[in-house]
Design a protein around this ligand. Structure first.
Ligand SMILES: [Zn+2]
Length: 147
């Protein structure tokens, strides 16, 4: 880890915290040369992950698709950009914690819903309403009752 201020190569960790999942870590580091502190966010690397879609098609996981679906739930409001990055980090950590190398689109949607429901029920309901495979009113009512 290089110091962002002076580019020195030696830094030390003096504090760290894990998110609710195991895979997202926040660390406070200090440069050994200029002594300036800075924060790093170490997110999960999901480049190994394969997504199995309905109909048997498989494709590599892309963070962008997941992030875009949350943007949609926020009505593409750019003021949510930072919040969405944080939520995306939590969601990816939770996906990694499933311990699978192949997930289906439902696994990802369930993880997104769990995180959104905890963060903002209104955002969660909007996400739900955009889900194309969530057509049953009965299911929608059930989700509403659980809130
Ligand atoms: Zn430095």
């Amino acid at each position: 880890m290089e110091c962002p201020l002076c580019r020195h190569h030696k830094t030390e960790i003096y504090n760290s915290r894990q998110s609710s999942g195991r895979s997202y870590v926040w660390r406070r580091r200090r440069c050994k040369s200029c002594r300036k502190p800075f924060t790093t966010h170490e997110a999960a690397d999901l480049s190994f992950l394969t997504v199995a879609k309905r109909g048997g098609v498989q494709e590599p996981y892309t963070r962008l698709k997941m992030v875009l679906s949350i943007y949609q739930a926020c009505g593409y409001d750019e003021s949510y950009a930072e919040t969405i990055e944080t939520l995306a980090g939590t969601i990816e950590a939770n996906i990694l914690d499933l311990g699978k190398t192949t997930v289906n689109t439902g696994d990802i949607a369930d993880t997104i819903m769990t995180v959104l429901k905890r963060y903002d029920p209104a955002m969660f309901m909007r996400y739900l309403s955009y889900r194309s495979d969530f057509t049953s009113m009965q299911q929608l009512k059930q989700q509403l009752q659980e809130l």
